[in-house]
Design a protein around this ligand. Structure first.
Ligand SMILES: [Zn+2]
Length: 88
C-alpha cells in the first residue's frame, strides 16, 4: 500500500486511509480525476486543519477559498471508526 501525507496533520498514512481531494471548477471534490490531488483525512478535523493551513491551495495550485473548505467538510465522506493518529 503506498503511503501518502495528510495535508492537514502531516501524518503519513496508507493511501487507502486517506481521501484524494482535487479542485473542480467551483469547489473541492473527492476521488480520482484530472489534475493535481491532495491527500487528506480520514477525519474531517484533518480537512479543517488543511483549510486553516491553506494546504489545499498549495498542493493543488489553485485559489481555494474558505467556502470551498467549509463545503468539503460538510460533505466529508468518511466517519472514522477510530482515530488513526494514535489517540486524539
Ligand atoms: Zn490528517
Amino acid at each position: 500500500m503506498p503511503e501518502r501525507t495528510c495535508v492537514g496533520c502531516r501524518q503519513v498514512l496508507d493511501a487507502g486511509s486517506l481521501v484524494r481531494v482535487r479542485a473542480d471548477a467551483d469547489g473541492l471534490v473527492t476521488g480520482s480525476g484530472d489534475g493535481r490531488g491532495a491527500w487528506v483525512g480520514p477525519s474531517s478535523a484533518c480537512v479543517a486543519l488543511a483549510g486553516k493551513r491553506r494546504a489545499f491551495g498549495r498542493s493543488l495550485q489553485v485559489e481555494v477559498n474558505a467556502d470551498w473548505v467549509a463545503r468539503l467538510i460538510d460533505s466529508w465522506p468518511i466517519e472514522p471508526p477510530a482515530c488513526p493518529h494514535g489517540g486524539c
